[in-house]
Design a protein around this ligand. Sequence first.
Ligand SMILES: [Fe+2]
Ligand SMILES: [Fe+2]
Length: 184
Amino acid sequence: MSVKNAMTADFLRSAYGGESMANMRYLIWAESAKKDGFPNIGRLFNAVAYAEWIHAKNHFTVLKNQVGDYTVPAGAVFGLTSTVENLQGAINGELHEIDQMYPVYLETAKFQEEKAAQRSFYFAVEAEKCHAELFKKAQSLAKENKDMEDNKFYVCPVCGYTVEGDAPDRCPVCGAKGEVFKEF
Ligand SMILES: [Fe+2]
Ligand SMILES: [Fe+2]
């Protein structure tokens, strides 16, 4: 895997930065949700944090031959308040990635014929769609002071696809076997 074009490389580095911060933010919000009496929403944050780590790792790996120091600008959501508000931050971040960031990055990688970057951006944008839906579900419950049900969450270790309940036989995004999904 490698990248030839500067614009795609810049977008991979920015996406790596954004995913890295999302990973950290979700771990912080997971702890906060558990303290606020929402242990299952806390587990959702832990599961999605792992998915964002997968995305960061994928982007980083595509860039593995681009050795050097860079300043990485990336969007970041801040705030550590109520679980309902933290979930709103999570929803806003996911929707930004789905509607704005990844479609542009993916089109650029297609235009520049960067196959590995296309794969990494495609995996991320598809996974973010299920993250947004899960966070919306969690927020509608938290607004009524209810936690999510005590279901497991499963995350694809290849693309970060995340599901509540049972792992699928095959990941609908990347085709990985359900047995390799990580349970939360
Ligand atoms: Fe996400
Ligand atoms: Fe997958």
